[in-house]
Design a protein around this ligand. Structure first.
Ligand code: FES
Ligand SMILES: [Fe+2]
Length: 443
């Protein structure tokens, strides 16, 4: 458990907060490219507690500026999309994508006042279906060479979903390898042939054991954590009865993302982005090392569970997450259906909007959570000392040299599990024909 003060320090991310200052040194997903695909590409974006508007101008370029008009505060989400920016419908002030006011049609013709009006604007970059924003000081960092950014757009599918809770508890579920044996337990194994686009429904590594069976039967993983250039590698070992060991490698990507295996074909890179202190979006990039991603199928699967335009889950606290006691007795551990996203959503939302960490009791399976909080605290301290270079991926390591990260499930001999996961990762990368997934040295 930690003090209330420390809980506030780690969780609050608005302007002028400690964790907020750390997060503002990184790129964050601001919207899906899909959200800008309609007739009028203008969407409200609330990120790290700041209310903004994202738009694609008539040149096809993106702008992300303050949502409130700097004249008298009208909502620029209703702005007229003209030329290279947005025009406020109230008095016609026009802002370009850098936030500069370029015209005030109601002011005297010779007025130069507009040259002195510049609203907040943040750099944005579109990568494989996600628009990323940088809201911090100075030059934004380079993007790491992760698989989700290196793969061509045909091999990456992006989606998002709303969780009504603080970003940190959402991220902490992703660095907790023990919960998969319980929260996502299925008492019956589905045919792995039906596993496309779903997590934990494939067979384990190169065996014919369904992942669901493996997770159900081996509930006490041995978990270890290694610090890396990008954050942490989390290793969960399940020692099987036949002398073999199942190895699951997942990652924390500093500050608020994770990278995990989904199936033999795909990995998931997922950000848990603060909307404000009590709400967050998960943004996922599903990256295929094999065939191009069937985006239509993946999208349809997820749209069955989410409502547009805010990507709010259809099962939520207002309908008890679809909880069915009979199902809980007979087929799933939660009684909340087969979509594991709903299970995770219940796990992160049910402690309350911001988990009261003064009352928690962390166990040995929470080792990655403990280490992550230490990393975040160290980053906060380093920033206070003005030592930006000590932050992960803001240091002297060139982000372009950071590959991977390895995210996989494999089975090897108990004594040689390290070689097993590097070998299976190398094989998967070599077999990837459609894009160059090989790395000289996986990190
Ligand atoms: S409030 Fe926007 S132009 Fe007046
Ligand atoms: Fe989960």
């Amino acid at each position: 458990m930690i003090s209330q003060k420390m809980n506030d320090t780690l969780t609050l991310t608005g302007p002028d907060t400690d964790a907020g200052a750390v997060l503002r040194h990184y790129w964050h997903p601001a919207a899906l490219s899909d959200e800008l695909a309609g007739e009028r590409p203008v969407v409200p974006v609330t990120l790290l507690g700041e209310q903004l508007v994202l738009f694609r101008d008539t040149d096809g370029k993106l702008g992300l500026i303050d949502r409130a008009c700097p004249h008298r505060g009208a909502d620029l989400c209703y702005g007229r999309l003209e030329d290279n920016g947005l025009r406020c419908p109230f008095h016609g002030w026009h802002f370009n994508r850098d936030g500069q006011c370029v015209e005030q049609p109601g002011e005297p013709a010779d007025s130069k006042m507009h040259t002195r009006i510049k609203t907040t604007s943040y750099p944005v970059v579109e990568k494989n279906g996600i628009v990323f924003a940088y809201m911090g000081p100075g030059e934004p960092p380079a993007f790491p060479n992760f698989d989700c950014f290196r793969a061509p757009q045909t091999h990456v599918f992006a989606f998002k979903g709303l969780w009504q809770c603080n970003w940190l508890q959402a991220m902490e579920v992703g660095i907790d390898p023990a919960h998969a044996s319980f929260l996502h337990r299925f008492l019956e194994d589905e045919d792995p042939q039906d596993s496309y686009g779903k997590q934990f429904r494939d067979t384990a590594a190169d065996t014919d054991i369904p992942m669901t069976q493996l997770l159900r039967e081996y509930t006490r993983p041995e978990i270890s954590v290694e610090e890396t250039t990008y954050g942490m590698r989390i290793i969960a070992l399940r020692h099987l009865d036949n002398g073999k060991t199942h190895v699951r490698i997942t990652n924390q990507i500093f500050p608020e993302a994770i990278s995990i295996p989904m199936s033999r074909e795909m990995i998931i890179t997922q950000w848990h982005v603060p909307i404000d202190d009590e709400n967050c979006y998960w943004y996922s990039m599903f990256t295929s090392f094999d065939k191009p991603v069937d985006k239509q199928r993946m999208r349809e699967q997820r749209l069955q569970e989410h409502r547009l335009p805010d990507y709010a889950p259809i099962k939520n606290r207002h309908n008890n997450y679809g909880f069915n006691p009979q199902e809980q007795r007979q087929s799933t551990y939660t009684g909340m259906g087969l979509d594991i996203n709903v299970h995770d959503q219940w796990a992160v939302e049910s402690p309350g909007r911001i988990t009261d960490r003064t009352k928690e009791h962390l166990g040995s399976t929470d080792v990655a959570i403990i280490k992550y909080r230490r990393m975040l605290r160290a980053a906060i301290e380093n920033l206070k000392q003005g030592n930006t270079g000590a932050l992960p991926m803001r240091s002297n390591t060139d982000p372009a040299t950071i590959y991977g990260p390895i995210s996989n499930d494999t089975i090897g001999d108990r004594e040689h599990w390290q070689q097993a996961f590097t070998r299976s990762d190398t094989e998967r990368r070599r077999a990837c024909k459609d894009w160059d997934a090989c790395v000289a040295q996986s990190s």
